[in-house]
Design a protein. Structure first.
Length: 185
């Protein structure tokens, strides 16, 4: 058997965990059993492009958090993206979207906001939250450091990732001696 560097094996291990996270997101419970979740695994140069886009947003908006989180992405082995087709109605007529019922929501103009598209069905967004929780639990169970980061989703949307999703969140992944996603400056 050849000798394998720990760093190489760890990177491959993180990518395998990321794949299992996509499975966890896919199989997470969905409102009414309707799956409007989208997922994507980003590594290599495409991952670094996410970091670069986050740095651009930091400059444009003068928000240091985008730069800090971009460094986290650059230093990560992989990034999992989870989005939702949130502008689709669920059909409960709950009003959580801000409209009287789902028929009003369905015909409402869907507008591009600063980062995402809205309005969104509260149940679709809840489904995304459950998918995110299932994914990060998988990473936690397999001891891969992670953190759900809103700003990654902003960059992902700007780069055209998960184009059918109205809202996207990102989960960077790493296996280092200490989690790079906490005690950040």
């Amino acid at each position: 058997m050849p000798i394998m560097k720990g760093e190489d094996v760890e990177r491959e291990g993180v990518e395998e965990v990321a794949k299992l996270m996509l499975v966890s997101a896919r199989t997470a419970p969905k409102s009414g059993g309707v799956d409007d979740i989208q997922t994507l695994l980003v590594t290599g140069p495409e991952k670094d492009a996410l970091a670069t886009e986050m740095e651009k947003v930091a400059e444009e908006r003068k928000i240091d958090g985008f730069k800090r989180d971009g460094k986290n992405v650059r230093d990560s082995h992989a990034v999992v993206l989870i989005g939702v087709r949130g502008t689709k109605k669920f059909g409960l007529n709950c009003g959580g979207c801000g409209y009287k019922d789902c028929s009003e929501f369905e015909v409402a103009e869907k507008k591009e906001g600063q980062d995402f598209i809205g309005p969104n069905c509260v149940f679709k967004v809840l489904d995304m939250g459950i998918a995110l929780g299932s994914a990060v639990k998988m990473a936690m169970d397999l001891n891969v450091d992670n953190r759900i980061i809103y700003r990654i989703g902003v960059a992902a949307k700007r780069l055209g990732h998960l184009p059918e999703s109205s809202v996207v969140m990102g989960i960077p992944l790493s296996a280092k001696g200490k989690s790079i996603y906490f005690d950040r400056r």
